[in-house]
Design a protein. Structure first.
Length: 109
């Protein structure tokens, strides 16, 4: 897996931090990093969570660019949605945050 250094803009940084702010999503990334790419049903069994809940978390991670998916057909014709970690390296420093803030489009609430 190639590791890509992320230099996200402000909105992307918020999406990444939001995606990583949940223990289920951290476990998903850890499981995919250790075990490699996996399909949804197997990953749900390994993590002990339902497939619908797993799908919600995977969508959040994929939206932040932290995982990728690929739909494949198994030998028996079943569609399997495989996920894997997008190799990423995020340096979260005060300077990186200051640069990202300059590009924020979201208004603070």
């Amino acid at each position: 897996m190639n590791t890509k250094t992320l230099q996200p803009n402000g909105d992307q940084l918020l999406a990444i931090l939001a995606a990583l702010s949940n223990p289920h999503r951290l476990r998903i990334i850890a499981a995919l990093q250790v075990g490699g790419r996996n399909y949804v049903s197997q990953l749900a069994r390994e993590l002990g969570i339902s497939r619908p809940l797993l799908h919600l978390h995977l969508q959040k991670l994929e939206g932040a660019g932290l995982v990728t998916s690929q739909l494949e057909l198994s030998s028996d014709g079943k569609a399997l949605n495989y996920f894997e970690v997008s190799g990423f390296d995020l340096a979260l420093t005060p300077a990186a945050i200051a640069e990202a803030v300059k590009t924020l489009t979201n208004n603070p609430e």
